[in-house]
Design a protein around this ligand. Structure first.
Ligand code: C5P
Length: 240
């Protein structure tokens, strides 16, 4: 599959057209950003690790019945995906209090959440991705009730499957963010990426951080943390 014109450049990825109208190529960048782009850095190897980890997780999810946009890994930093129109909502699922939930509710990080909490954020850099609810989503005509119910159902299924995958390799899935797209036939499809950029991942025993908080909070080497996640998931051995 050959890369054609650049269709979109985000903070962490570039999306290219291909000769197939129903396929895009996603190219993962080494750029790291946090706090809505206020903090920036180039971190060599980050693009490769996110592409490898995301390819591996999308493949595992597909094998467990969660359809998603991933088609195949093309290179260390690129993957082929199905064409979707991204729905401008970030769906966050939380199993343990951390990050903005801890700040918003004044509850200590690390506190367990008995039932997963689902949140929606509007993807809008100018507004700083505000927290919104289902009524706002319908009011903004971003998705109807059935589409939203479908996204929430898939997000909770992904949570159950990812929790099992990560627990098996000694990692606690604290929270994560998913994005969905509308396929050419109008159905909702899991898209974007699932990586340590979009998940909080702590060691099951020591609570050591292996995710983007290493960069956001300057807790240690981001690539060492991401490399540890890739290794625990089976690394290159699991891709063969
Ligand atoms: O910052 P917050 O606590 O709301 O993040 C919740 C989860 O969503 C974290 O795993 C974080 O990495 C992810 N997230 C993301 N992209 C954003 C905001 C949050 O991947 N724009």
């Amino acid at each position: 599959m050959t890369k054609r014109e650049l269709l979109y450049e985000g903070k962490a990825k570039r999306i290219y057209a291909t000769e197939d109208d129903n396929r895009f190529i996603v190219s993962y960048k080494d750029a790291a950003t946090a706090f809505n782009g206020e903090k920036k850095a180039e971190i060599k190897g980050k693009g490769r690790l996110n592409n490898e980890i995301s390819s591996l997780l999308f493949t595992k999810l597909a094998s467990k019945g969660i359809q998603n946009h991933f088609v195949e890994r093309l290179s260390e930093t690129e993957q082929l995906v199905r064409k979707v129109t991204i729905i401008p909502i970030e769906v966050v699922v939380r199993n343990i209090v951390a990050g903005t939930l801890s700040k918003r509710l004044g509850i200590e990080e690390g506190t367990a959440v008995p039932e997963p909490i689902t949140e929606y954020y509007l993807k809008n850099d100018e507004l700083g991705d505000p927290l919104i609810n289902e009524d706002h989503i319908r009011f903004l005509k971003i998705a109807d009730k059935a589409q939203l119910d479908e996204m929430k159902k898939i997000a909770l299924e992904v949570n159950t499957l990812l929790q099992a995958i990560f627990t098996e390799c000694g990692v606690r899935l604290v929270d994560f963010k998913l994005e969905f797209g509308f396929s050419t036939d109008g159905s909702v499809l899991l898209a974007d990426e699932i990586s340590p950029d979009t998940c909080r991942l702590w060691d099951l025993h020591t609570n050591e951080r292996f995710d983007k908080d290493l960069f956001r909070r300057e807790l240690g080497s981001l690539t060492q943390g991401y490399e540890e996640i890739f290794k625990r998931l089976g690394g290159y051995e699991s891709c063969t």
